[in-house]
Design a protein around this ligand. Structure first.
Ligand code: ADP
Length: 447
């Protein structure tokens, strides 16, 4: 097992990884920008190294500084968390070249799934059902038109290098294709330095359902069920739950087994999430994330398994500590992502937290690096907390979430807590009859 792990991240996920390390008896090294000198992840870690100025490209994305920090402190592995360098295949390869272990999949698998065109081709060849679409990138308006007519309107144009919902444009009809194609390509070029785009059938009322997997280097692949992440705004998830109100046990077992078979063939290792859109009883692959996800606690709450601990163990060469048969799904879990934003306009609202009282009690978990007196810096992602609840049934989880949201006090800054309280008050959410478009209509409603 490792003796010391460097955590190449910040905020709640850096704390989450620190906790898993400490329970395994592993020392931790925090890295931080000058803006994060007072951050909780720095306070709790055994050691810390300042790796640069506030801008992420100079600190949390600064590969030479992070590798030097690992070497100076004598760390033997690096956990990248999510975001930042977590899906950067070159970084993973460099970590290994420096004689350290990257706690994640192989650089080859990261690279393969990071290119969505290749990811889809790979998924299809492994027997995973995909959204109907162009088989490869579409290079110009003429071939885009041909592809769109073959697929049938409406179509969605997506960036091959995509992520975070950027470079995605819908064309409802022939007349809209030209502009949608050019805009998507321009956005993709600007956001990723890679203007390649591909096309998919635009599904009108799907749910976003993703399958969590864990794999070791001894050929074992196990799935931990699904998460329903259909509550999204601008293709960004706000609320996640498991199990999905839309699936039954047989469907869960079947899609889980399909995913495990495919990843076994691929020789995948560590944690991964295979994302699907689910419409009218059918699953359609959209992408695979080769890292820990923000919403992983939902899975931990219903399985009782520590995903980060398993990531660390399998990266150290140990076999998974359980088999598929050992995985039991118990009750229901829901997560709310709380961001430092105005709950109506979503304008970022960084600043000083004057008062902080997280909720507690049975079945309540808060993953956050906030504390009273902390100043949320303006430089990074606006998510400041994840509130996760567990109940024996979905109904109990909803009651508990409502209670926990009422208890939660974050003073001094605006947050999306009021929006979450509103969502919880909506009959559609309570019934579980929502799709990926529901939340945008809901936030657009006049109150
Ligand atoms: P990104 O990597 O940018 O997050 P994804 O491919 O994971 O992109 O898609 C993000 C979200 O965009 C999905 O959860 C879904 O809400 C929406 N989306 C993606 N593909 C389609 C599609 N073919 N039809 C309708 N919505 C889609």
């Amino acid at each position: 097992m490792f003796e010391k792990v460097l955590i190449a991240n910040r905020g709640e996920i850096a704390l989450r990884i620190h906790r898993a390390c400490r329970e395994l008896g592993i020392e931790t090294v925090a890295v931080h920008s000058t803006a994060d000198a007072d951050a909780m992840h720095v306070r709790l870690a055994n050691e810390s190294v300042c790796i640069g100025p506030p801008a992420a490209r100079d600190s949390y994305l600064n590969v030479p500084a992070i590798l030097s920090a690992a070497q100076i402190t004598g760390a033997d592995a690096i956990h990248p968390g999510y975001g930042f360098l977590s899906e950067n295949a070159d970084f993973a390869a460099m970590v290994e070249e420096h004689g350290l272990v990257f706690i994640g999949p192989s650089p080859d698998h990261i690279r393969m799934m990071g290119d969505k065109v290749i990811a889809k081709q790979t998924a299809r060849s492994l027997g995973i059902p995909c959204v109907p679409g162009s088989d490869g990138p579409v290079g110009d308006v003429e071939s885009a038109m041909k592809a769109a007519e073959a697929i049938g309107f409406p179509v969605l144009i997506k960036a091959a290098a995509g992520g975070g919902g950027r470079g995605m444009k819908v064309a409802a009809s022939r007349g809209e294709l030209d502009e949608a194609f050019r805009t998507a390509r321009g956005e993709a070029e600007a956001a990723f330095g890679d203007g390649r785009v591909y096309m998919e059938k635009y599904l009108s009322h799907p749910r976003h359902i993703e399958i969590q997997v864990l794999a070791d280097s001894h050929g074992h692949v196990v799935h931990l069920g699904e998460r329903d992440c259909s509550l999204q705004r601008k293709h960004q998830k706000l609320v996640e739950e498991s199990p999905s109100p839309a699936l039954n046990d047989a469907q869960r077992r079947e899609i889980g087994a399909t995913v495990c078979r495919a990843l076994e063939k691929l020789g995948y290792r560590n944690a991964g999430t295979v994302e699907f859109l689910y419409e009218d009883g059918e699953f359609y692959f959209i992408e695979m994330n080769t890292r820990l996800q923000v919403e992983h606690p939902v899975t931990e709450m219903i399985t009782g398994l520590d995903l980060v601990r398993e990531q660390i163990r399998v990266a150290a060469g140990a076999p998974l500590s359980f088999t598929q048969e050992n995985v039991k799904f118990l009750g229901h879990a829901i997560e709310c992502r709380v961001t430092a934003e105005n709950p109506d306009t979503f304008r970022p609202a960084p600043g000083r937290v004057t008062e902080y009282h997280p909720p507690g009690g049975l079945g309540v978990r808060v993953d956050s690096a906030l504390y009273a007196g902390y100043t949320v810096p303006p430089y990074y992602d606006s998510m400041v907390a994840k509130l996760i609840v567990h109940g024996t049934s979905r109904n109990e989880a909803l009651m508990r979430l409502r209670r926990a949201l009422d208890e939660y006090v974050i003073g001094g800054i605006e947050t999306t807590l009021p929006l979450h309280r509103r969502i919880l008050g909506s009959p559609d959410f309570v019934d579980g009859t929502y799709d990926i478009h529901w939340l945008e209509r809901f936030v657009g409603l006049k109150r």
